[in-house]
Design a protein around this ligand. Structure first.
Ligand code: NAD
Length: 417
């Protein structure tokens, strides 16, 4: 399975948008605006490395659409990332912000690099230079980045600092910051918490008792490790987890605390005690009630979709299931909570962080988690209801919800002559 888009990522999203626009009779103008990106910036910039040499890096910032508000989307640091993938992820953000009804558009950014091979000082120099390069596009009312694969709160703080040096103190330019510089309580675990909320709602809908149910999680990063920990607290048995080096499996449930300690010590979940090794591909096909792909895109594909044994798939990652695989899962009665809904907890709490920054105010964690819970629950109920009404799977219903909001907003704003 390819872990990165190879030219088909954005095409897949475009196909889905085209299909829904046709089904819903959405205007041609609206459709044409959504199947392309509004602005795309490619930057190439030098970074001084610790050995005295200068590396030249490539980065992107793509704004897909800003009809419903400033564009919003994470920044990915990954060696295989490419412009097509960034476009696809930016478009997914436009849909995601519309599904959960936060007043944002969609964007995404990336730098082609392996952050694991950079020292902290190199990472800071790379981040500050990238931030200066994309400063022409970002801003609290324009485009507001956030963390994604390979970036973290520290990276967000450097971007906020670099932008603030150029434009004055601007915590609202970026979300996912550390608490000390305007971050929100609850943001770090928001995406995983949102996945947990939708997994429990899906289990209830499908008739799976969460207590004692079995869960396999691919990817043990911010999203994967958080959702695993929170679902274990709800009584679920986390039977398998993995990261880029491989996975571990115990049908009686893994010890989450031991896993986190092992990962902190060795950098991977591989080799933890009381578990047998599995590959990332094998993990997807294990018997379990809930499968949560939380690593990269294109993991559930035509070749393995029929072997998925889970009754529920909760897409923690963006784009883990290809359209062909989606059809197979639907035909086999697997209930899929699509990425634009399942992992929207991150952008919801990013929105709450931004609101606090603009108000120069700080909410307590229970208030943040309360908003997150009610916004996720409302969005899930709305999409589920439409999926029953339209006899469509959850992804189609989520896209329909999003495209209806986008089309209405575009019509209301009109076209500048
Ligand atoms: P992360 O960098 O914290 O973790 C990624 C995890 O995936 C790591 O455990 C890594 O080892 C593993 N991984 C990397 N390559 C892999 C491979 N080829 N096979 C298996 N595992 C692999 O990233 P994250 O923030 O947890 O993001 C994970 C996914 O969730 C991404 O698709 C991201 O776009 C999506 N997402 C993240 C957020 C967020 O707030 N962090 C929000 C929405 C969606």
């Amino acid at each position: 399975m390819s872990s990165h888009a190879d030219g088909e990522g954005f095409e897949n999203v475009r196909k889905l948008i085209n299909g829904i626009c046709e089904r819903m009779n959405i205007s041609e103008t609206c459709r044409l605006r959504l199947i392309g990106c509004e602005r795309e910036l490619t930057v190439r910039f030098p970074v001084k490395l610790d050995n005295g040499h200068v590396g030249v890096f490539t980065g992107y910032r793509v704004m897909h659409n800003d009809t419903r508000g400033p564009a919003k989307g994470g920044i990915r640091y990954h060696p295989d990332v490419n412009l097509d993938e960034v476009r696809a992820l930016a478009a997914l953000m436009t849909l995601k912000t519309a599904v959960v009804n936060v007043p944002y558009g969609g964007a995404k950014g990336a730098v082609i690099c392996n952050p694991k091979e950079l020292s902290l000082a190199e990472l800071e120099r790379l981040t500050r230079r990238y931030a200066a390069e994309i400063a022409v596009l970002i801003g609290p009312n324009l485009d507001i980045p956030a963390p994604d694969v390979g970036t973290n709160p520290q990276v967000m703080a450097w971007i906020m600092d670099t932008y603030s040096q150029m434009r004055g103190y601007s915590p609202g330019v970026i979300t996912g910051k550390p608490l000390e510089v305007g971050g929100s309580k609850g943001r770090f675990e928001a995406t995983g918490r949102g996945c947990m909320i939708t997994a429990l709602l899906a289990a209830k809908h499908v008739g799976v008792n969460a207590d004692g149910s079995t869960v396999a999680v691919q990817g043990f990063g911010n999203v994967g490790a958080t959702v695993a920990r929170l679902l274990a607290k709800e009584g679920c048995l986390i039977t398998a987890v993995s990261d880029s080096r491989g996975g571990v499996y115990n049908p009686n449930g893994l010890d989450l605390e031991a896993l986190v300690a092992h990962k902190t010590e060795t950098g991977s979940v591989v080799g933890v005690k009381n578990a047998e090794p599995v590959t990332n591909a094998e993990l997807l096909e294990l018997p379990c009630d809930v499968l949560i792909p939380s690593a990269l895109e294109h993991q559930i594909v035509e070749a393995n979709a029929a072997s998925i044994k889970a009754r529920i798939v909760v897409e923690g990652a963006n784009g883990p299931t290809t359209p062909e695989a989606d059809q197979i899962l639907y035909a086999n009665g697997v209930f899929v909570v699509p990425d634009v809904l399942a992992n929207a907890g991150g952008v919801i709490v990013s929105y709450l962080e931004w609101v606090q920054n603009l108000q120069v105010f700080c909410w307590d964690e229970s208030q943040v988690n309360g908003y997150l819970h009610s916004m996720m629950t409302n969005a899930f109920a709305e999409v589920l209801e439409l999926s029953a009404l339209e006899k469509a799977e959850m992804r189609t219903a989520a896209y329909m919800t999003a495209l209806r909001r986008l089309a209405t907003a575009m019509t209301a704003r009109g076209i500048f002559p």
